[in-house]
Write a protein that binds this ligand. Structure first.
Ligand code: SF4
Ligand code: SF4
Length: 116
């Protein structure tokens, strides 16, 4: 259950590769698992996804990030006003994050956003 004190449309922190993930060398964040509806839209896959070329995750699909680690599907200004441009097709990990949950609070803190 999401905490109503949190406004996701004024946040977007979970749409950014967290510093701890980055520190471990991971340049990808949200996985798009086989069977996700997003994968049926080849135009969006081409624009917004990357396929791991090698390593243990070879063949895995992730959402593409910009140089700052932000998901390319995210529109707007972090911490102010944001929207997901593929909201109806966002993959499962995006749907799992609960506003106000420990992960959410950590992602927000990493971006310098206050937690209620
Ligand atoms: S980090 Fe939390 S408040 Fe921010 S968009 Fe994600 S779930 Fe919503
Ligand atoms: S697909 Fe949408 S909800 Fe998921 S990380 Fe990207 S912008 Fe955020």
């Amino acid at each position: 259950m999401s905490d109503p004190r949190y406004d996701c449309q004024a946040c977007g922190a979970c749409c950014v590769n967290p510093p701890e993930n980055e520190a471990e060398g991971f340049r990808t964040w949200v996985e798009v698992a086989p069977g996700e509806p997003l994968l049926r839209r080849r135009d969006l896959v081409k624009k917004l996804c990357v396929v791991e070329a090698d390593g243990p995750d070879r063949g895995a699909v992730h959402l593409r990030l910009d140089a700052s680690g932000r998901c390319l599907a995210l529109r707007g200004a972090l911490g102010r006003r944001v929207a997901c441009s593929i909201y109806a097709r966002r993959p499962a990990p995006c749907r799992r994050v609960q506003a106000g949950a420990p992960d959410c609070r950590r992602y927000r803190a990493a971006l310098g956003l206050a937690n209620p």
